[in-house]
Write a protein that binds this ligand. Structure first.
Ligand SMILES: Nc1ncnc2c1ncn2[C@@H]1O[C@H](COP(=O)(O)OP(=O)(O)OP(=O)(O)O)[C@@H](O)[C@H]1O
Length: 312
């Protein structure tokens, strides 16, 4: 089903190397390919430093350097080549929501102006009245109220600040949002509210999300498909159900086994699996291979055969 949908974002064999040519060169993204379909939420998981943020920022063209090889297409257009009007349009169509709303919102601006910044930069409101009206509708959409508009971001709780960040991203009517650990800094009790808000808005506005997280339980809840990253490489891609219920790559299995179980008995029985990453360094050629329809695992041909046998 998913395959028939339009691809909004296409990553083809992306490499991105920080400090290229220097002693501290770091290949943060290593030959990564995947697509994000229009209207879906693609969850990107993996431990700290695995390259998730780098992928999100590379798609949004937020680095002052280009990717080192490969191609990123947004709505069919090569992101690297975007300039002038096309780049401006892309900047509005593809937005980011950050982990720490405190750090990402300008504390000296009133909420009203924080939210309207994108409208102002892109000249999207024809009059002060229209600007006010758009800001008010956004505030309603994210569950804040009009009285909040004249206050400053620091006067709000973490969850409310994230709502301000979401309203701000939505102001320019994006098609695509990279949500980079948008709930990690929030109290557990607030996390579900913000995730539900993102889901509701997605439906209402027909948005496409790249949702970055290390909290696998929430990723499962919000994502249609999930990609698992380790050391800059994509090790497994599948539907959310497949990756959770039938994980194949040993790294994915270890990540899932580290999630605490909700009830004490299962938690007592839980055995965390330890992943041995040295197999990634054995010099064998690996690539993402389809094990069952729509479920891909980074493997050699022999490993893929073995995975297929085990999946039957
Ligand atoms: N601007 C930069 N300059 C140099 N190295 C960087 C830069 N940004 C990230 N890196 C490195 O690239 C690798 C991938 O980092 P990235 O932030 O993408 O990982 P992540 O999976 O998002 O981790 P986290 O969950 O901690 O944000 C890391 O080794 C990191 O140190």
């Amino acid at each position: 089903m998913v395959e028939e949908r339009k691809k909004l974002v296409e990553l083809k064999n992306i490499d991105l190397i920080f400090n290229k040519g220097k002693r501290n060169a770091n290949k943060a993204i290593n030959n990564v390919s995947f697509d994000i379909y229009e209207g879906e939420t693609f969850g990107l998981v993996g431990e700290s430093g695995s390259g998730k943020t780098t992928i999100g920022r590379a798609i949004l063209k937020l680095y002052d350097k280009d990717i080192d090889s490969g191609e990123i297409l947004f709505d069919g257009k090569n992101v690297i080549n975007l300039k002038g009007e096309e780049l401006k349009e892309f900047r509005a169509e593809a937005q980011m929501i950050f982990q720490d709303p405190q750090a990402s919102l300008n504390g000296r601006m009133r909420v009203k102006d924080v939210i309207a910044e994108g409208l102002d930069v892109n000249g999207l409101a024809k009059s002060a009245q229209e600007r006010d009206a758009i800001v008010e509708s956004l505030v309603n959409l994210v569950g804040l109220n009009k009285d909040h508009l004249t206050r400053y971001p620091h006067e709000f709780s973490g969850g409310q600040r994230q709502r301000i960040g979401i309203a701000r991203a939505l102001a320019v009517k994006p098609k695509f949002i990279v949500a980079d650990e948008p709930i990690s800094a929030l109290d557990v009790s607030i996390q579900a509210q913000v995730v539900n808000l993102l889901k509701d808005i997605q439906k209402q506005e027909n948005l496409t999300y790249l949702f970055i997280a290390h909290d696998l339980s929430m990723v499962k809840y919000i994502s249609d498909r999930i990609g698992v990253m380790h050391w800059g490489k994509m090790l497994e891609i599948g539907t959310s159900d497949e990756v959770y219920n039938n994980p194949i790559h040993p790294y994915t299995k270890s990540l899932l086994s580290s999630i605490p179980a909700p009830d004490p008995i299962s938690e007592w029985e839980r055995t965390p699996l330890v992943y041995d990453p040295t197999t990634e360094l054995d010099g064998q050629e690996r690539e993402l291979r389809e094990i069952v329809p729509g479920h891909f695992v980074y493997s050699t041909e022999d490993e893929a055969e073995e995975y297929r046998r085990m999946a039957v």
